[in-house]
Write a protein that binds this ligand. Structure first.
Ligand code: FEO
Ligand code: CA
Ligand code: CA
Length: 639
């Protein structure tokens, strides 16, 4: 998601120790001055024995970077290297392909709420290619639609908000599944398709795991606390080894109006008096003053089986409630599922869940309960370059009734509060994670944290080493033993930035092409690591970001540490969604919110004032869209 909404979420006032406490270094001001000098890299080397030694993260040979890098992007266009092509498919408003229900998109935003429910939603984010019968030329795409720009969604924008506009916004959220096929020259959506599906705010989700049915999840409309309509503000995604789609509910708190008196629990989750979307004006369940348990039914990792269009999607409470960016699965050597996730908010946490059971052969149906029983942990990154996973188990340590946790369900619903008490490390906005199946290192983007080191806010620590961290970093760790290890070693793959910046802490240490605000992250089948960026419209093209240009996608050879720019997006977009066909010859990405405005809401009178991508129609509207990239010679992308 764009920076604004996540940056609004800074509700962690707990007093977990920072590196100041751990290392007894000089006072924060003196330390900041020292960090701004030549001592920063020296400190990092001191703190992380593995820092700068990227070869330690490798155990087997990989593909190397085989494309000619491109310059930073400055225009309203999507650019890929020479020898590559980029094709737009599945823009906002295109019918997903439900038989008998394929309303054409109308560029003026006049499609009805009901039509929107059969069309691609807005603001595409996490996306996965599910091969049909192992094919690299025929499959399903499952993706989510993170949020809406109501200035583009309706002919007359956000004001006045009406019940039908609320319904249309709700129907432009959620998930989409559509079928794609490569016809020998290009990819095309298969429409109609028996797989085509939209999941909207009206779609029932089953709630499973220890918090299912918990009193804090019960509402007047759902007294059992086991069925929730819809999923909200989904961000990143992953594909499980058993063939399902996982996505996180990220900034769900901004959809609720909390009223004038907000409980400490909801305050800790950043709820405000009014919702950003004004849904509460016509849909009372988003009025948290009337329905205080409704927000507790969001913030979960959701799982969808895209191969079964009749399946009920699930909210997995065992994985904890958070401002989840997404969730990523590794398997232990004995086939237990380990799910890594973070929450993209300043000073929040990184989690992992270890399942009790083992993955079984038989795909989604055989593993439908795998993520419902196990142990949730939160990460503490120590200055020694080691770290520890702290269990969120009711009755252990401070997680008792006396401290506000009646049972395990409440620990999971209040995972943030539990992590505060456990002394977990407050991170610089964890975004995507990815797992290197070869070396078994786990990588996580920490996109930025402009409040790090501000008076009254947590100071720098070893894992989050820069004050006023405008640029972000990529952290990685290797578990001791197997993925279920209780301890790990860690270091940074890179600190993002532009080496020409005046301020030392905005320069970074990238070997190769500069970038800011890493967000999307994933390994290709050939072992190259792909990085996508999401600097916000308020940051770009000036100051420390002046030379970095449009948001972009880069490839990293983790053996050498080199980063090379592969793609630049149109003006004010975010590049996200990252999925390859099994042969690595087609790469699908998403361009989200081209033409994003500083307020995240377009002016309906000037809808294309910043971008008119991808249609470039006179009077047109910029549209989020899926893009598929191929090499002209049909070769493997990037190598
Ligand atoms: Fe939706 Fe954290 O990006
Ligand atoms: Ca993101
Ligand atoms: Ca982001």
């Amino acid at each position: 998601m764009s920076k604004d909404f996540s940056e609004m979420e800074d509700s962690n006032c707990s007093s977990n120790p920072s590196i100041h406490d751990i290392m007894a270094l000089p006072d924060p001001q003196g330390r900041r001055e020292w960090l701004q000098g030549a001592g920063l890299m020296g400190l990092l080397a001191l703190l992380h024995p593995l820092a700068g030694c990227s070869t330690t993260a490798q155990t087997s040979p990989r593909a190397t970077l085989g494309f000619k890098g491109i310059p930073p992007g400055m225009g309203d266009a999507l650019v890929v290297p020479q020898g590559y092509s980029a094709q737009v498919i599945a823009a906002w408003g295109e019918p997903v392909g439900i038989a008998g229900n394929m309303p054409a998109f109308r560029m003026d935003g006049s499609n009805s709420a009901e039509e929107q429910a059969a069309q691609m939603g807005m603001h595409h984010d996490g996306m996965e290619f599910f091969a049909l019968n192992g094919s690299s030329t025929h499959g399903l795409i499952a993706l989510n639609h993170e949020y809406t720009d109501d200035g583009l969604l309706h002919p007359d924008g956000f004001m006045p908000m009406t019940a039908s506009k609320v319904r249309k916004s709700q129907n432009a959220h959620g998930l989409s599944v559509f079928e794609v096929k490569f016809n020998g020259a290009q990819w095309e959506m298969v429409r109609p398709s028996t797989y085509a599906r939209r999941v909207t705010m009206q779609t029932p989700f089953e709630v499973t795991g220890p918090a299912a049915g918990h009193p804090m999840l019960r509402t007047a409309a759902d007294p059992q606390g086991r069925t929730v309509l819809g999923t909200l503000n989904n961000c990143a995604s992953s594909q499980t080894p058993w063939g399902t789609y996982l996505s996180g509910e990220e900034n769900w708190m901004f959809y609720f109006g909390g009223g004038k008196s907000i409980s400490p629990h909801h305050q800790r989750w950043g709820m405000r008096e009014k919702g950003l979307y004004n849904w509460e004006s016509s849909d009372p369940r988003f009025d948290a003053s009337r329905h205080p348990n409704e927000p507790n039914r969001f913030g979960w990792v959701v799982e969808l089986d895209p191969n079964d269009p009749t399946s009920t999607p699930v909210k997995r409470t065992a994985l904890g409630r958070a401002a989840h960016e997404g969730a990523w699965v590794a398997l232990t050597r004995d086939q237990r599922a380990v799910v890594y996730s973070g929450e993209d908010a300043r000073f929040e946490y990184i989690y992992k869940f270890v399942s009790t059971g083992r993955m079984q052969p038989g795909g989604a149906k055989a593993n439908r309960h795998l993520l419902d029983e196990g142990t949730l942990f939160v990460a503490r990154f120590d200055a020694s370059g080691k770290g520890e996973w702290l269990p969120l188990v009711h009755g252990q340590g401070p997680l008792t009734a006396r401290n506000g946790f009646a049972d395990q369900g409440e620990v999971l619903i209040k995972a943030r509060q539990a992590s505060d008490l456990l002394g977990a490390t407050k991170m610089d906005r964890p975004e995507w994670l990815t797992i290197d199946k070869s070396s078994r290192w786990v990588y996580c983007t920490l996109t930025n944290n402009s409040q790090r080191g501000e008076p009254g806010k947590p100071g720098v620590d070893a894992a989050n080493p820069r004050a006023n961290n405008t640029m972000g970093q990529i952290i990685r760790w290797l578990e001791d033993g197997d993925f279920d290890g209780n301890t790990f070693v860690w270091n940074h793959l890179l600190l993002a930035g532009d080496p020409a910046n005046t301020r030392q802490e905005a320069r970074g240490n990238i070997q190769g092409d500069m970038l800011g605000c890493p967000d999307g992250l994933g390994f290709a089948p050939n072992g190259l690591l792909w990085i996508q960026t999401d600097a916000h419209a308020t940051q770009m093209y000036k100051g420390e970001f002046e030379r970095i240009g449009n948001n972009q996608m880069l490839a990293c050879d983790t053996q050498t540490g080199e980063v090379r720019r592969f793609l630049t997006g149109p003006t004010n977009c975010e590049i996200t969604g990252l999925t390859f066909t099994p042969d690595g010859r087609s790469l699908f990405i998403n361009v989200q919110h081209p033409g994003e405005t500083p307020t995240d809401r377009s002016d309906p009178q000037k809808p294309n004032q910043f971008s008119n991508w991808p249609d470039y129609q006179t009077g047109g509207r910029p549209r989020s869209a899926t893009v598929v990239i191929r090499k002209a010679d049909g070769g493997v992308i990037g190598s």
